[in-house]
Design a protein. Structure first.
Length: 227
């Protein structure tokens, strides 16, 4: 279940938010100042977060200052919950990276609905950035490839070739297709450049059928077994 960081200096509101979220089986972490929240965001535990609910008027560090720092640290939705209700305040916060904005006082039903929407959008966005083929996972945002959970050390060209193949698992790419897509340049028939990169990529992927040579045409991924 999602873990949510609550940043609110009012102890009663912080406790209320925790109770509302716990009733829906969300895990929570509580911070009572901008400084405390910043320290948490700099810890390894922050990587386990799924969403942040934060006030703006915080001791130690104001929410307007904290928000961009959090966005630099982790890419998760941030819901601002504040008494500030002017259109200008809302516009500024959304431009600074807030994903949604609610004004106090708030209804618990609306809060939970907004939390659910933000979490769902984030899950869908994350899923689109992760490509999977057999025991290979490719993270487009992090530009990382793992095989059975172990990171592979690919060059930028090797990563781009694999990404192109995994995005189009049924398509056969000619050497010209690969060169123009990965090198962003016109192909002049230099087979060796493509062959070397594909060969190196195969070696790094290791044992298993991953990249198939379609003789006389180019390369594609092996079809997955339907059994």
């Amino acid at each position: 279940m999602a873990k949510i960081l609550i940043i609110e200096d009012d102890a009663a509101i912080n406790k209320l938010l925790k109770e509302i979220l716990h009733k829906e089986s969300y895990e929570t972490v509580q911070a009572y100042s901008g400084t405390e929240a910043k320290l948490f965001m700099e810890s390894s535990e922050s990587k386990m977060l799924s969403l942040v609910i934060m006030d703006l008027m915080l001791p130690g560090m104001a929410g307007e200052e904290l928000l961009p720092l959090m966005k630099q640290r982790i890419d998760i939705p941030i819901l601002v919950l504040s008494a500030k209700d002017s259109v200008q305040d809302k516009s500024n916060l959304l431009r600074a990276g807030a994903d949604d904005y609610m004004t106090k006082p708030f209804a618990s039903e609306e809060l939970l609905a907004r939390v659910e929407v933000l979490l769902r959008r984030n899950r869908e966005s994350t899923t689109l950035q992760i490509l999977t083929y057999k025991d290979i996972q490719l993270d487009k945002n992090a530009r990382m490839v793992t095989k059975s959970g172990i990171a592979l050390n690919l060059t930028a060209r090797e990563f781009d070739i694999l990404e192109l193949l995994m995005q189009n698992p049924q398509k056969v790419f000619t050497k010209s297709n690969l060169y123009q897509s990965v090198w962003n340049d016109e192909f002049f028939g230099d087979d060796n450049t493509i062959n070397v990169h594909v060969s190196n990529l195969r070696n790094k992927l290791g044992v298993g059928d991953y990249i198939q040579t379609v003789w006389g045409i180019g390369f594609k991924l092996y079809e997955l077994s339907k059994s």
